[in-house]
Design a protein around this ligand. Structure first.
Ligand code: ZN
Length: 351
């Protein structure tokens, strides 16, 4: 009977090690090391009252304001736990959303624009709309996320491909693009397979994968001070950005590290080279789990291994940056108000 005891002990030991590794991988975040130097140099002076500013929250949630009009993209504040994301159900956390809006110092919001309907973009947008009274713009899938949370119909606005939306001095044009292609076939099937539309009101708590993609949009912001583009998903649609130029590009690099060098290179050609910006900000590199009340960190090791490959993504960006020495690339510090344009047609941070 000795061998039975020995085998049982070995199995137990293996289980214990596996459990420890699992908990380590959902609690430990990737350290981005030298890439922290990419944070744009802190500005000590408060931004001039006349400036067009950006505040970065994480993923592709940002607030843009020219002092008169304030716009938000996505409005994602609820970070689910790793366990909820992997094996459980997720739902918006009203207190976290309220906390985030307060942390941003928002007193009035004029509109919310949701880039696509995955949870890390669209999940909280209806709550932001309810709490601020702002209309929520997005796809029909995003509209159904709104309906699932009882957002009033008059606050639900639909994107029409390439149809500009004028709000104050901002002209915002949603341009139908493509979503990042997950290289992992199982994740790809779950996130992008089959019907990608949310066709009925989505009432949380639900599986993270129930937040179907619903169409991914590039957002072009035109303003008398300057133009900028938000490309949240690390993908492109051939010719969709032809004849568009942007002073500043804000681009997502989520998952870029898991792609081939060819994909990475084409992404930069299709976004950066086409839009020919004077400056690029990198977003969507941070963790989708954790708490919004904690400082921003890169992805947890488990998700990074499964799909993120954060460091390989930064290395790809570094390689592409070297091919474009005249364009400065930066990371945006979380919450801080940064100046995109000081006034009419001037870009700060030019090198
Ligand atoms: Zn997505």
């Amino acid at each position: 009977m000795k061998w039975i005891k020995r085998i049982s002990l070995s199995v137990l030991a293996l289980l214990l090690i596996a459990t420890l590794i699992f908990f380590y991988s959902i609690n430990k975040h990737v350290d981005i090391g030298r890439f922290q130097e990419w944070y744009e140099i802190p500005v000590t002076d408060p931004p001039p009252a006349t400036a067009l500013t950006v505040q970065f929250v994480g993923v592709s949630t940002m607030v843009f304001s020219d002092g008169e009009t304030t716009l938000m993209t996505d409005g994602f504040f609820t970070r689910p736990s790793a366990m909820q994301l992997i094996a459980g159900k997720i739902e918006p956390n009203t207190e976290d959303v309220k906390w985030g809006i307060k942390r941003l110092g928002i007193t009035a919001l004029d509109a919310i624009f949701v880039v696509h309907s995955h949870f890390d973009h669209a999940m909280d947008a209806p709550l932001v709309a309810q709490l601020t009274g702002a209309p929520m713009y997005g796809s029909t899938s995003t509209a159904n996320i709104g309906r699932g949370l009882n957002l009033q119909e008059q606050q639900i606005k639909l994107f029409e491909d390439k149809k500009p939306i004028q709000i104050g001095a901002f002209k915002v044009t949603p341009i139908l693009s493509k979503h990042y292609e997950f290289p992992n076939s199982r994740v790809k099937e779950q996130a992008l397979g089959g019907n990608q539309e949310i066709e009925t009101p989505l009432v949380p708590p639900v599986d993270a994968m129930d937040y179907k993609m619903g169409g991914a949009y590039t957002l072009l912001f035109e303003h008398p001070y300057g133009n900028f583009v938000l490309q949240s998903s690390a993908a492109w649609k051939e010719n969709s950005l032809d004849n568009i130029k942007a002073d500043i590009v804000i681009m997502g690099i989520g998952g870029l590290g898991a792609q081939t060098a060819e994909y990475q290179g084409t992404y930069f050609e299709q976004i950066v080279d086409k839009l020919a910006p004077q400056k690029v900000y990198l977003v969507h590199w941070d963790a989708l789990v954790g708490s919004i009340r904690e400082p921003m960190q890169a992805e947890i090791l488990l998700l990074d291994k499964l799909m993120g490959k954060t460091m390989a993504g930064f290395e790809a960006v570094e390689r592409e940056m070297k091919l474009r020495p005249n364009i400065p690339f930066y990371l945006l510090p979380q919450w801080e108000k940064r100046v995109l344009f000081r006034g009419p047609r001037s870009v700060l941070g030019q090198k």
